[in-house]
Design a protein around this ligand. Structure first.
Ligand SMILES: Cc1cc2nc3c(=O)[nH]c(=O)nc-3n(C[C@H](O)[C@H](O)[C@H](O)COP(=O)(O)O)c2cc1C
Length: 314
């Protein structure tokens, strides 16, 4: 199963070359790496005072890192270093206190410049941070793209076949690097992640859940509405559709009894939530009775069964 890669882009410009390069890599990596862009443009500036009650954007970003197997950085060079917006994102992901969300995630860097000379400074300034962030980074091949503006057409499509070949080799090397760096996730570690995935879900962000659900049959979902869906693809679509009903400002906390043995794990307990729904005023408190079963697939735990019923509504 392809690893999930968060792609972090170091430029906020709409027409950024970095975004064009990232989009090209995501396209070329299809089937080998499951890449998605983790946006940084809405992140409030890091301020340690805010960590007691972090902004929702920080939470969304940290959950996005947690839900990824690896991280790809695609960045321009600013003043021979990384753009401030990217450093801000690195700092937010490294906190609070002892919760460094980047820790152990395999990383790779692509840097670009419209000039002949450049991109090296940003690439290596970024690598310097990986030492403290504890990110094992792909060494070879290095990816510095010079004169980037000559390599894409006006529609943003890569026209330079040599760069295309380099990118393909880079993607293959990164996929191999991720596979070597991966060790099976412990079930207790996964369950910490499960809690934050549930919080993202009730805030309308279904993508972290999407990354932990199985794509292999059999899969089942018995919903709080009383209906049941079966089959991995149908279940995945259903979760996606349901997430869209929730909006930001919801809370969720899992009260868990859990166990795992070999390839299978489960938790049963209560999901305490206050959910805000599209088109409805105020938050709706609920305590769902939940049982979820997971299978270890490709070193990661994946949801194969969820049964939730309303239990009590306060
Ligand atoms: C504040 C600033 C500093 C820059 N410093 C460098 C630099 O040190 N080296 C370089 O190659 N280009 C530098 N540039 C030019 C960028 O490489 C160029 O604007 C590039 O298009 C930015 O990437 P993007 O298209 O992804 O936004 C700088 C640009 C800005 C705005």
């Amino acid at each position: 199963m392809a690893a999930t890669v968060a792609v972090v882009i170091g430029s906020l410009r709409k027409q950024a070359w970095s975004r064009k390069v990232a989009t090209e890599i995501i396209h070329r990596a299809q089937g080998k790496l499951n890449c998605h862009i983790l946006e940084i443009g809405d992140l409030p500036l890091y301020n340690e005072d805010l960590d007691a009650q972090p902004p929702l954007e920080w939470k969304r970003f940290r959950t996005g890192i947690d839900a990824s197997d690896a991280v790809l950085f695609v960045t321009p060079e600013y003043n021979r270093s990384v753009p401030g917006v990217l450093k801000n994102a690195l700092d937010i992901g490294s906190r609070p206190g002892n919760q460094n969300h980047w820790s152990g995630k395999p990383a790779a860097v692509v840097s670009q410049t419209p000039y002949k000379l450049g991109a090296f400074g940003a690439n290596h300034a970024l690598r310097q941070t990986f030492v403290f962030l504890d990110m094992p980074v792909l060494q070879q091949p290095e990816m510095y793209i010079g004169t980037v503006g000559d390599k894409f057409d006006s529609a943003g499509k890569l026209t330079d076949s040599d760069t295309g070949k380099l990118l393909d080799a880079f993607i293959a090397a990164f996929a191999g690097w991720i596979a070597r760096a991966a060790k099976p996730e412990s079930f207790p570690d996964f369950m910490k992640r499960r809690d934050s995935v549930a919080t993202a879900y009730v805030n309308g962000d279904g993508s972290p859940l999407d990354s932990i659900i199985t794509r292999t049959d059999p899969a089942t979902f018995l919903s709080p509405g009383g209906d049941a869906v079966t089959g991995a693809a149908v279940v995945a679509n259903r979760y996606k559709a349901d997430a869209a009903h929730f909006t930001k400002g919801s809370t969720s906390k899992l009260e868990v009894l859990q166990s795992a043995n070999g390839q299978l794990g489960f938790w049963t307990g209560i999901q305490h939530a206050e959910v805000k729904m599209q088109g409805k005023e105020g938050a709706i408190p609920m305590s769902l009775r939940v049982t979820e079963v997971f299978r270890l697939e490709g070193g990661h735990w994946h949801l194969i069964h969820r049964h939730a019923d309303m239990g009590t509504s306060k």
